[in-house]
Design a protein around this ligand. Structure first.
Ligand code: PMP
Length: 369
């Protein structure tokens, strides 16, 4: 099997992650709940993981909040910060985990291509924030977060980044990129397990919580404690997820995230170079931008789901077809669906050539049902 759906969830998880998670399941403990040895050990792991994340994202470890993933993070932040009186700017590249919470808040929304020039034109009196993904999950294009962040800071706008497709692949510094809120997910480039993610907050920004409940301290208070991280962490944390991140972050540090990025970029670029020579293929890449290892395409006259099924059934090549939860990208390109190849740590140049060969054959054979 050739797994090229790493943008959905990365296939490769370091052995150290698998070992540590199963070890943890034999010796669990509830962090911040009591002082028995198991609880204390879990608390130490949580703290240590916050420190490692703060190092990776160059932010304050006291404001690294754990959630179940970037979807919960964006829901929390958007509901906690914005209302109908606010104007916010976002892009057509966003995932529904950004768009739907924004629609639900009834904010006044301006949608652009994510370039600084366009963002500048849209700012007005009641603009409160710019919200953008660092990397598009459909096209793989990398957005210029540092220059947008600088502009936001200079103009007293909040800057929120969805790093679902970039964390663990691209360098992110909340300080140098002027990010106020960074939302991340653990099971993609961070190489952890599913169900863990978080929010990193800079400065004194107050975000009201989506959920309230047990924090393990100040139990007689009727109100949720307002100190981060527990202000946004009601309930038992996902310890297996946190353990997985604790170890995957060590792995990423040892390998160097740029090594992993270059590996997948090289493979994706080679795949792209080959498929772009086939006259019946359209590749959805912005030539003016840099990309991670994601390549989305269509074969003329052929349904993306059909192509993806053929790839899987005939060639054991596992891709994803569909709208990829990002409807506005499809409006932009005039499509409803694309076949996405997303390369990862475990893929090889040879696999890129096999994927291109399979696309060639499927395109040539045409649809015969
Ligand atoms: N944003 C982007 C850009 C994504 O690619 C994804 C996952 N496809 C998400 C948000 C949501 O991530 P999760 O499902 O891990 O919460």
């Amino acid at each position: 099997m050739i797994y090229v759906d790493n943008a959905a969830t990365t296939f490769y998880k370091p052995d150290s992650v698998i070992t540590a998670v199963s070890e943890y399941l034999r010796h669990p403990g509830n962090p911040g709940r009591g002082t028995n040895h198991c609880a204390l050990e879990a608390s130490r792991t949580v703290l240590d993981t916050r420190i490692k994340l703060a190092e990776l994202f160059d932010c304050d470890m006291r404001k690294v909040v754990f959630t179940s993933g970037v979807t919960e993070s964006l829901n929390t932040v958007i509901r906690g910060l914005f209302g109908p009186e606010d104007h916010v700017i976002t892009t057509y590249m966003e995932h529904n985990s950004m768009l739907r919470p924004l629609y639900r808040q009834n904010c006044e929304l301006s949608i652009c291509d994510g370039s600084l020039a366009e963002i500048k034109k849209l700012v007005k009196e009641n603009t409160k924030a710019v919200l953008i993904n660092h990397v598009s999950n459909v096209t793989g294009e990398i957005n210029p977060i540092r220059e947008i962040g600088k502009f936001c800071r200079e103009n007293q706008l909040l800057f929120l980044v969805d790093s679902a497709q970039s964390a663990g692949l691209l360098p992110i510094s909340m300080k140098k990129d002027f990010i106020d809120v960074l939302c991340f997910t653990g099971h993609k480039g961070l190489l952890g397990i599913q169900g863990i993610g978080g929010i990193c907050i800079e400065g004194n920004l107050k975000i009201s919580p989506l959920k309230v409940g047990g924090t393990g301290y100040r139990s007689f208070d009727k109100a949720q404690p307002d100190k981060y991280p527990s202000a946004l962490e009601a309930g038992t944390l996902n310890m297996p997820g946190i353990v997985s991140l604790n170890h995957s972050l060590d792995y990423l540090k040892k390998q160097g995230i740029e090594t992993l990025l270059h590996h997948e970029q090289r493979i994706a670029d080679e795949f792209c170079r080959q498929v772009e020579t086939f006259p019946f293929v359209t590749v959805y890449r912005n030539p003016k931008k840099e990309h991670v290892g994601i390549v989305s395409l269509n074969i003329a006259g052929m349904d993306a789901a059909y192509v993806s099924d053929r790839l899987s059934c005939l060639y054991q090549i596992e891709t994803r077809a569909g709208a990829h939860c990002a409807p506005l990208v499809h409006e932009y390109y005039g499509t409803e669906s694309m076949v996405r190849f997303s390369f990862g740590v475990q893929n090889t140049m040879e696999e890129a050539a096999q994927c291109a060969e399979a696309i060639y054959r499927i395109g040539k054979e045409g649809r015969n049902d």
